[in-house]
Design a protein around this ligand. Structure first.
Ligand SMILES: [Zn+2]
Length: 334
């Protein structure tokens, strides 16, 4: 079985976008974004939104199940207040739940959290509990920078985050570190802000005692771990200079990387540097890069091809395609 641990509902029916437009417009006028009724979307509309897209791609590429969450760039935690974020998260998560109910063999749910700049992340606990306990979700996406590129909230090792981490441990769910859109013109969202977010979170984990305090807390750093694998020597050296244990001991019981790296040399480097036990197969389809690579003739995000073509053995492939996802997302039962 091939489990893709990173897919977003980027193809949701237009009614969802219309609802969000109303929210954003209300917030821009100084009002609240939580006053609008949830959009009415039929099961047929949901079927239509994934049949020719995610489901077709699963069939074509020979993957089986996608760990599925709301559109990341759409989370927009920096828009409006916490109540707006709560209403938006509820609507998005309910829709993911409906996709998973319609296609239980193909999708497993991961939730968006109602984070908001300057608001302690403990406010996310009720929605996380609802999604896991009532909707059967198996994880969450955690935005390390709910300000959308300004980084004014405390870093991930701050006690600010601890109540949410305690709840994740209690529920036994991992978080994928995932920023949303960028409102800082210096940072292109998917090209710079995403990769910055991944790399920044990695370094925050490296310099913290987070995993001493939470030995079973689990994070997935997407997009191949940002710059971390490429600069593994730098990070090993920094850890050594700081008198810290080797990275394997310091981080690799808790931190995992996905395979959303869109060329063969990048995947080969990831597989070479990071132990197979810490890599989860992912494509982020339909997502950040949607075109065909003119150098290969295949879609950039067809990441299965790169793993298949790599030199790693069958045992490592089985871990990356399935075993590690089952270990990290321990609530996954399909
Ligand atoms: Zn993503």
């Amino acid at each position: 079985m091939i489990i893709d641990c990173h897919g977003h509902y980027t193809t949701a029916p237009e009614e969802l976008n219309e609802y969000r437009r109303l929210q954003v417009a209300a917030c821009e006028c100084g009002g609240s974004g939580c006053i609008f009724p949830a959009p009415v979307i039929s099961d047929d509309q949901i079927r239509e939104s994934v049949e020719g897209k995610q489901l077709r791609i699963q069939r074509e590429r020979g993957t089986d199940l996608t760990i599925f969450s709301p559109r990341a760039i759409g989370m927009g935690h920096h828009v409006g207040d916490a109540k707006t974020s709560e209403a938006w998260s509820t609507v998005c998560n309910d829709l993911i739940h409906r996709v998973c109910q319609l296609y239980p063999e193909n999708f497993a749910g991961v939730c968006q959290l109602p984070q908001s700049p300057g608001v302690a992340p403990a406010n996310c606990i009720p929605e996380l509990e609802r999604c896991v306990n009532e909707l059967g979700f198996i994880g969450c996406n955690l935005n390390p920078d709910p300000t959308g590129g300004m980084w004014t909230d405390p870093p991930l090792f701050d006690k600010w985050w601890y109540p949410l981490f305690e709840k994740m441990v209690e529920l036994d769910v991992p978080a994928m570190i995932h920023v949303s859109g960028s409102c800082n013109p210096h940072f292109h969202a998917t090209g710079a802000h995403y990769i910055n977010g991944d790399t920044t979170a990695f370094m925050q984990f490296l310099t913290s005692k987070l995993f001493k305090d939470f030995p079973t807390l689990k994070f997935i750093i997407p997009h191949g771990g940002g710059a971390a694998p490429y600069h593994w020597g730098r990070y090993r050296g920094l850890a050594l200079d700081m008198g810290l244990p080797p990275l394997k001991e310091l981080l690799l019981n808790n931190v995992y990387f996905d395979t959303c790296v869109y060329h063969q040399p990048g995947i080969d480097l990831l597989l070479d540097v990071i132990p197979a036990e810490n890599i989860l197969f992912a494509s982020e389809t339909v997502g950040a890069v949607r075109s065909i690579d003119p150098e290969t003739g295949f879609y950039f995000d067809d990441t299965r091809r790169y793993i298949d073509a790599s030199k790693i053995g069958d045992d490592a492939k089985a871990k990356i395609f399935e075993g590690n996802a089952r270990k990290v997302y321990s609530r996954l039962k399909v």
